[in-house]
Design a protein around this ligand. Sequence first.
Ligand SMILES: NC(=O)C1=CN([C@@H]2O[C@H](COP(=O)(O)OP(=O)(O)OC[C@H]3O[C@@H](n4cnc5c(N)ncnc54)[C@H](OP(=O)(O)O)[C@@H]3O)[C@@H](O)[C@H]2O)C=CC1
Ligand SMILES: CC(C)(CO)C(=O)C(=O)O
Length: 344
Amino acid sequence: MSNKTNVLLVGSGGVGTLAAYNLEIGGLASVTSVLRSNHDAVSQNGFTITSLDHGYVKGWKPSTIRNSVPDVGKECLRPFDFIVVTTKNIADVSPTVTETIAPAVTAGHTTIVLLQNGLNIEKPLLVAFPMNPVLSGVSLIGATETSPGVILHDDRDRLIIGAFTNPNLPLSTSITSAQMFVQLYSASEKVSCTYNENVGFVRWRKLVYNACYNSACAITHMDTSRMRILKYPIDDVVRPLMLEIVAIAKAAGHVLPESIVEDMINCDPEDTYFKPSMQQDIEKGNFMEFENIVGEPLREAEKLAVPAPNLKMVYGLLKILQTNIKEAKGLVSFPTGPILLDQF
Ligand SMILES: NC(=O)C1=CN([C@@H]2O[C@H](COP(=O)(O)OP(=O)(O)OC[C@H]3O[C@@H](n4cnc5c(N)ncnc54)[C@H](OP(=O)(O)O)[C@@H]3O)[C@@H](O)[C@H]2O)C=CC1
Ligand SMILES: CC(C)(CO)C(=O)C(=O)O
């Protein structure tokens, strides 16, 4: 039996494939990757990765690939030490993250690492798996699967790991797991992976970008460069949203530096015509992570009585757009025909 750390990776798109590759070349982890739409392409040809950190990699496969999440109990498998979740976190569509990973979690043993955007993403996992550490992974990376098994990685991998508070475990248990994961991820010596105990601060800081740019770009189908060149999309839409997120974060106890708004507005190189992930998702007809990225900060605002009228409007619009996607995928339907016409 291998003495490497046993890692299951669920969700091998842009972020997940880079994480699996980086963990394996570090030499301390053996990775089982769960693949879905790219399973056949990768089992035939491996991954092709063009990466700013790792160079050009052709035909690479993780130690094990699977087309479904393993059932550790039924299959009598060695328990996973870490499950790294790099799916999009679509809280309003089943199967949720909790439902997806449940068969692979060993109570009291497996550490769950959520390498995903958004706020309060740990809450359902702490309810479902009360005796397991859950870690926060905030990724600053640019990684996209351009066709099945082909990954373009064009902004350096900087990963910030921390431990979500699990009231059923000593904090030291979760912190030890977090530090172990940082060691595994840093072992490649190709990327930056740091431990940060202030998970809330790190997640609110990232939301200043994601809740505002992701939403504005998804709704308008305009990338961040065009918004900055035109200026009025920033003045009328993006900056007002960012100021609301900063105010909500402050009320929640996370005081972000004053410069954060202008820094986030200008953080992408202006010539990249960058589309944030939510815009890329809507343009592909995929579900958007809007509940965790916009809905959760909005619910925090309501709880803390912080006015957030812009965020509320944007949330409403994203919910409508998500319903359109659900309808296109057959998850919701409406009455059709003459009855409907008579009614309106
Ligand atoms: N991409 C980026 O540069 C950044 C992304 N993030 C965050 O990282 C997370 C991952 O994003 P990203 O890599 O872009 O996402 P992608 O859409 O590229 O990849 C998600 C992968 O998860 C797979 N998946 C989804 N559900 C399941 C399931 N139930 N079982 C198995 N596989 C599943 C998808 O498969 P399928 O193809 O079949 O749908 C896809 O391969 C998100 O939270 C995102 O917001 C954060 C910073 C930067
Ligand atoms: C901007 C980015 C790529 C941050 O790394 C991101 O988080 C997103 O597009 O959702």
